[in-house]
Design a protein around this ligand. Structure first.
Ligand SMILES: *Cc1c(COP(=O)(O)O)cnc(C)c1O
Length: 489
């Protein structure tokens, strides 16, 4: 099925808007800026609306179906978040507005900082970073600034487990530090013996994702923290996926000195299609002065007659700004609304149900799909998409076939330490009925892989487009819709 392009629908003279007669004098534009031949499509309002609604329906979305994309937390985004973000006081405020006139916005940011501090067990939080990876970079620059401030210039190495998210080594390199890979042991934990050998006075810190990208809680986290601190390094925590820990354990108590949150994963906000996001960083007491600024603080405590005054302040030895203005404010409003709606007990429920749902799927699938690190998981788990008796079938074929059953594929081929990885994250917001339907689809596909493998190899069959050449789609992107024939001038 080929979608009609907007130019094919064009009919000369048709219009979607009617502009009022001009009531001001027309000014003449310079000739070189005026074109007679600009070929714009001409459509009625209804044509335009239908065209774009039709296009939007070609994609799978969290509003239309289950989306178990591991590590990305594609969960239900309450519509009340959107209502809050559209309140005129928030939506129409301007970053150059006086602080006195922005007290509502500043209070919201301050409260969000306070909650993130409490959730993570940290002494300070900056909301500036624009995404998870950006939070990583900010956190690493904080670690660097801390060592330099103490006159310790030898520490250039960051230890990164082989199960880390790809952004971890990338951020380390961007921060001008050296990545040293740490192997995992057979239970999916950091190999402690290897850590012991590497830890020395050139190590700036370790970057640990907990739960890691296998969806497993790092069982040696206290030992890792002791060792790294013992050799003078700091603990960086990748907290992109805090869903499993909310209200259960605070990373600060586990020894983490810096951590980034992904507001757009853990605390809702739709982020399919690459953004926008928000990656605040939390730090322990000794790192507060290095936070990227400005951060929000109470600048005047007020008295009986006057409420406290909130303002933007720059931490003393700040690494500086990492973002224009004050970060992605619209995402703060959504995260704030989500937290307010759930409350403390509700946030704890998020963790309990995220973990329960993931373990439910893991146990239902483990007799059919090999799970290499098969122990109680956190918010996600990783299965292998391959069988000895179906040698031609790869994880990609399983994923494509899932689309025929109406499900978005899990994350594929990540983490790299699992062959043919299928990384599955149900999230806390899905019902047992949805999870059961997904299990049934996965079991049927395993059966088809043996009986009718071509069904998987050629999948998907029911989507608007069949199997695409993914390399070509990425390398030869067509982003601009143009008429096939440009009329001659
Ligand atoms: C998503 C994710 C990141 C990166 O976050 P972005 O907002 O996409 O930059 C980092 N680490 C982990 C574990 C993640 O899941």
């Amino acid at each position: 099925m080929i979608e009609p392009r907007i130019y094919d629908l064009s009919s000369p003279g048709r219009m979607a808007v009617r502009l009022p007669e001009s009531d001001v004098e027309l000014s003449k534009l310079p000739d070189h800026l005026v074109r007679e031949d600009l070929p714009l499509p001409e459509l009625s309002e209804l044509d335009v609306v239908r065209h774009f609604v039709r296009l939007s329906q070609l994609n799978h979305s969290i509003d239309t179906g289950f989306y178990p994309l591991g590590s990305c937390t594609m969960k239900y985004n309450p519509k009340v978040n959107e209502d809050a973000a559209r309140l005129p006081g928030f939506a129409f405020s301007h970053p150059f507005q006086d602080q006195e006139l922005s007290q509502g916005n500043l209070i919201l940011m301050y409260q969000l900082q306070e909650w993130l501090k409490e959730i993570g067990g940290f002494a300070g939080v900056s909301l500036q970073p624009a995404a998870g990876a950006h939070g990583e970079l900010a956190g690493l620059l904080i670690i660097q600034a801390y060592h330099r401030d103490r006159g310790d210039h030898k520490r250039r190495k960051i230890l990164v487990p082989d199960s880390a998210h790809g952004t971890n080594p990338a951020s380390t390199t961007m921060a001008g530090m050296e990545v040293i890979e740490l192997p995992s042991d057979p239970r999916g934990n950091i190999d402690l013996e290897k850590l012991r050998q590497i830890c020395d006075e050139t190590v700036a810190g370790v970057m640990l994702t907990n739960p890691n990208t296998l969806g497993l809680f790092e069982e040696h986290v206290l030992e890792v923290s002791k060792q790294v601190h013992g050799c003078g390094g700091l603990m960086y925590g990748d907290g992109a996926n805090m869903n499993a820990l909310l209200g259960v354990v605070r990373p600060g108590d586990l020894g983490f000195d810096v951590l980034h949150y992904n507001l757009h994963k853990t605390f809702s906000t739709p982020h399919g299609g690459g953004g926008p996001g928000s990656g605040p960083v939390g730090v322990s007491e000794q790192l507060i002065d290095f936070l990227p600024g400005p951060v929000v603080d109470i600048v005047d405590p007020g008295d009986e007659d006057l409420p406290p005054l909130y303002g933007l302040v720059g931490p003393e030895k700040s690494i500086g700004r990492v973002k224009a203005f004050h970060g992605h404010f619209g995402i703060f409003v959504r995260a704030y609304t989500y937290m307010r709606m759930l409350g403390k007990a509700g946030l704890r429920d998020v963790a309990d149900h995220a973990v329960l749902n993931a373990n439910y799927l893991r146990v239902k699938l483990r007799d059919t799909y090999h799970i290499p690190f098969d122990r109680t998981c956190m918010h996600e788990f990783v299965a292998e998409g391959r069988w000895a008796d179906a040698p031609d079938i790869h994880a990609l074929d399983i994923s494509k076939r899932l689309m025929d059953y109406g499900f978005h594929p899990p994350t594929n081929y990540f983490p790299l330490i699992v062959h043919e990885a299928l990384m599955i994250e149900p999230t806390e917001t899905e019902s047992k009925e949805t999870l059961d339907a997904f299990v049934n689809a996965m079991l049927s596909i395993a059966e088809e892989a043996r009986s009718r493998p071509e069904l998987l190899k050629n999948a998907p069959h029911k989507t608007p487009f069949g199997r695409l050449d993914e390399v070509k789609a990425a390398k030869e992107l067509v982003l601009c819709c143009q008429p096939v024939e440009v009329p001659e001038s």
